[in-house]
Design a protein around this ligand. Structure first.
Ligand code: FAD
Length: 473
């Protein structure tokens, strides 16, 4: 019998599995797909490699949670520091998001002049530096008493940042500047959306400031693609089962039974990295099913449309670009496209002289439900995005050696989820309404971007750290 069975090898699943393994527990890690990493995995297509979704390792820096958890498991990833974190292209304006405040600010203020710019961006900068200094808070959802007790641990954080937690970020920013033009709004909104996964009207200003300010912290490029990072992180776990979807979990007296590929496994504790909207399907017991059922309504159907390309080019590219347009792209929720290039020196992910390109844009998974229009929509959007990248980044069409796209449906097929980006911490969906890392079912836990704390590497790793505390390991 295993001490822990972890279902799903995303950021949350693989990290907690590697951490428990490093601490001497007997762990089994199950993954439905052939690649580890979920939304942060890599895959091969027609002989070329691609990052599936995530391309930036955020929060790997002294004093930040990703580094803290990696250190605790004794893992050092092979990464390259990325600076600028993104180059934002809007009309003729090009704004590199440099880590150094003055270097970034000089271009920002030239491109989007405003008398209150320095004060605003200094506030964003300071909130980012101060927020990550806070420690000692945790979140439990096992029962009402545990929840209330855990919420009191957030008091110092609430008190410090309370004026940025009231109201929505849109109102706060508008009021701060006393009005800004539409172009500057789109610049701010597009960057808030890629981190917070919600528009400024739905989130508080603290969340918006942490999103706008992520480029002031160190960001890293994973060498060989994120898949290589997951393979290295989990290499000491003896029982990693890829291509192993767990289809059923049964509660027994003091342990659980899991079923995968017709085999039966036993474990004392279970950690689910499946989305909180889908986890109920694994159980037949009514109390567990109902527990998860109440969270299904949190599924906002937000998702991603992806364009993958391999290009052969002698040009030098930055790691990440955001291209902001005036209008929403068809079949999407966004006016901005995020485009990531492999490093020119990284011949583990792309052959020498080639770049592996992963581009993503927000969409709604329901836009892809209609079978009759699916293919035509996919082709239309792929072409628009491809042409935009070629035009804005001055790439010749003949330089493309591979190109294809993926929708919410593709994600559903490979990694069991069509909602992507997890639960946005919005004004409505805030502590204490967030699903937790512990549950009311003894020895059953959750981890990942649909439960505490948030999405992305830092958000999910805050959840891993919380889970580590709840498990007392
Ligand atoms: C397009 C895109 C770009 C992004 N870019 C970034 C970025 O640059 N930087 C960043 O920090 N974040 C980024 N994010 C967010 C980040 O990728 C996610 O928040 C994070 O990877 C989610 O991790 P998770 O732990 O929730 O696991 P998930 O990614 O949800 O993975 C869960 C895994 O569990 C497996 N699974 C589910 N059910 C079962 C089952 N029953 N049996 C076995 N296996 C199962 C799935 O196959 C999957 O592999 C991006 C997300 C997207 C979609």
């Amino acid at each position: 019998m295993k001490d822990y069975a972890v279902v799903g090898s995303g950021v949350g699943g693989s990290s907690i599995a590697a951490l428990l393994n490093a601490k001497g527990y007997d762990v089994a890690l199950f993954e439905k797909d052939s690649n580890l990493g979920g939304s942060s995995s890599s895959f091969k297509h027609r002989g070329y490699s691609y990052n599936t979704g995530a391309t930036t390792l955020a929060g790997y820096e002294e004093g930040y949670v990703v580094k803290e958890i990696f250190d605790a498991m004794g893992f050092t990833p092979e990464v390259i520091e990325t600076d600028p974190s993104i180059v934002v292209i809007q009309n003729a304006k090009i704004t590199p998001r440099h880590k150094d405040f003055e270097r970034f600010f000089e271009t920002l203020n030239r491109n989007y002049p405003h008398a209150k710019n320095r004060e605003f961006w200094k506030l964003v900068y300071d909130l980012n530096k101060e927020f990550y200094k806070y420690d000692g808070y945790y979140y439990s959802n096992a029962n009402v008493f545990a929840k209330i007790k855990s919420l009191t641990s957030f008091l110092p954080l609430f008190l410090k940042f309370q004026k940025y937690l009231r109201g929505d970020a849109y109102g706060f920013i508008d009021n701060f500047f006393g009005g800004i033009d539409q172009e500057y709004w789109r610049f701010l909104e597009s960057q808030i959306l890629i981190v917070a996964q919600a528009p400024a009207k739905e989130i508080n200003f603290l969340t918006a400031a942490l999103s706008l300010g992520y480029a002031f912290s160190k960001n890293h490029y994973p060498v060989g693609g994120f898949g290589a990072l997951f393979d290295a992180m989990t290499q000491n776990i003896k029982d990693v089962y890829a291509k192993s979807e767990v289809t059923k979990i049964v509660q027994r007296e003091g342990y659980f039974e899991l079923y995968s590929n017709g085999e039966r496994f036993e474990s004392k504790k279970i950690i689910l990295n499946s989305t909180v909207y889908e986890s109920g399907k694994l159980f037949s017991e009514a109390d567990v099913k109902n527990y998860y059922k109440k969270y299904e309504k949190l599924d906002n159907h937000q998702s991603s449309f992806m364009l993958y390309m391999t290009i052969k080019s002698a040009k030098k590219f930055h790691h990440h670009y955001q291209i902001i347009e005036e209008e929403l792209f068809p079949h999407t929720l966004s006016k901005a496209l995020f485009v990531s290039f492999s490093d020119a020196m990284d011949d583990k992910i792309a052959p020498k002289g080639h770049y592996s390109v992963t581009a993503s844009i927000h969409t709604d998974s329901r836009f892809w439900d209609d079978k009759a229009s699916y293919k035509a929509q996919k082709k239309e959007l792929s072409l628009i995005l491809q042409n935009l990248i070629l035009e804005r980044l001055e790439i010749d069409k003949n330089e493309i050696v591979d190109s294809f796209s993926a929708t919410s449906k593709t994600f559903g097929r490979y990694i069991n989820r069509t909602q992507l980006g997890g639960n946005a911490i919005s004004v409505k969906n805030f502590l204490p309404f967030l699903p937790g890392n512990d549950t009311k079912v003894k020895n059953l836990y959750n981890v990942g971007d649909t439960v505490y704390a948030a999405q992305g590497w830092p958000g999910v790793m805050l959840g891993v750290k919380n889970l580590q505390r709840l498990l007392d390991v």
